[in-house]
Design a protein around this ligand. Structure first.
Ligand SMILES: [Zn+2]
Length: 216
């Protein structure tokens, strides 16, 4: 257990304050102080909009215990199977029985249809860049700065993968560019997505925008 302070937003929100809780007579604004803690008063009927907060109330009756909880999350069966494949140099997805899209990395259920996906499909390690960003802040996973992170639509897949795109100057990465996974040396493989260092361009014609526009 630690004593980290609670998180804070980076910007302020303008809203109404109800100071009736102080019961100090005719001039409640005198009780206002910068730095005062407040909490929202929610409406009984909520609509999912900012209007659900009727106002904010001074937090004079609440105690905020400071606590830190640690969680250990298990990736589940689908992720375990996916990493088994990766540890053998194979990229495995699942085909949805409804929309027939191949979802990679593997998932228990189709994110579109919510149905279980049992059929495994091995995909090639080639694909097409759909969108990308040039990053100028160092990242331990990236080979250099600037580096490119991008979405790659593996051949035969129905969804894109977020990955690094390297082996080419950042200003030469483009939408529709054909790429292939750059694997670490085999002796360094383990059950980790890190077995693929990044994707690198291959000498094939770009894919027309029309063929990738539904995957952006
Ligand atoms: Zn589906």
């Amino acid at each position: 257990m630690g004593a980290d302070p609670p998180g804070r937003a980076d910007t302020a929100l303008v809203h109404a304050l109800d100071l009736g809780v102080f019961d100090v007579g005719a001039e409640p604004p005198k009780t206002l102080k910068s730095g005062m803690r407040v909490r929202p008063k929610w409406r009984a009927e909520r609509t999912g909009t900012i209007g659900d907060i009727e106002c904010f109330l001074p937090e004079v009756t609440m105690i905020n215990p400071q606590a830190k909880l640690e969680y250990r999350l298990s990736g589940g069966r689908a992720l375990r199977r996916y990493l088994e494949g990766i540890s053998e140099g194979r990229i495995i997805g699942n085909r949805c029985p409804v929309c027939e899209a191949v979802i990679v990395p593997m998932k228990e259920t189709c994110p579109r249809d919510g149905v279980p996906m049992a059929e495994e499909v091995e995909l090639p390690d080639t694909g097409t860049v759909t969108t990308f960003a040039v990053n100028n802040i160092p990242d331990p996973r990236a080979p250099e700065v600037p580096f490119v992170s991008g979405y790659v639509l593996l051949d035969g897949a129905g969804v894109t993968l977020l990955t690094l795109i390297a082996g080419v100057p950042a200003d030469q990465v483009r939408m529709g560019q054909r790429v292939r996974a750059a694997w670490k040396p085999r002796e360094e493989w383990d059950a980790s997505v890190g077995n693929i260092k990044w994707f690198e361009p291959i000498d094939e014609p770009d894919v027309p925008f029309d063929e990738i526009k539904d995957y952006l």
